[in-house]
Design a protein around this ligand. Structure first.
Ligand SMILES: [Zn+2]
Length: 106
């Protein structure tokens, strides 16, 4: 019970990195992008396609366990644009490989 589901595959992670083309937050084009959970694990987030974005080390360290929109507001980043793009990219990445199971409820 209550175990964390990590259903982000390596293929999905590769797709996310190529679709974003750099850090999801500041756009930095660095080789070593880290998996950042928009909703932190400590707040109930999961490593799933819909919750993970590539982030540079600087953004990841700065955001830490903060909820993404409050952090972006504080950093004066365009959260509206980010959220629209994130939804589009998550959908595009999900459409890549054929899913073997139907999407869950909700
Ligand atoms: Zn960044």
């Amino acid at each position: 019970m209550g175990q964390v589901v990590h259903d982000l595959t390596e293929e999905q992670w590769a797709a996310l990195r190529s679709l974003w083309g750099g850090c999801a937050y500041c756009g930095a084009d660095v080789a070593a992008l880290q998996k950042d959970t928009m909703l932190p694990i400590s707040r109930g987030g999961r490593y799933t396609l819909a919750n993970v974005v590539p982030a540079c080390g600087s953004c990841n360290a700065s955001k830490c366990n903060t909820e993404v929109t409050s952090w972006m507001r504080r950093k004066k980043l365009d959260e509206g644009r980010f959220l629209v793009r994130q939804a589009e990219i998550a959908r595009a990445a999900a459409a890549g490989p054929t899913p073997t199971s139907p999407p869950g409820p909700g």
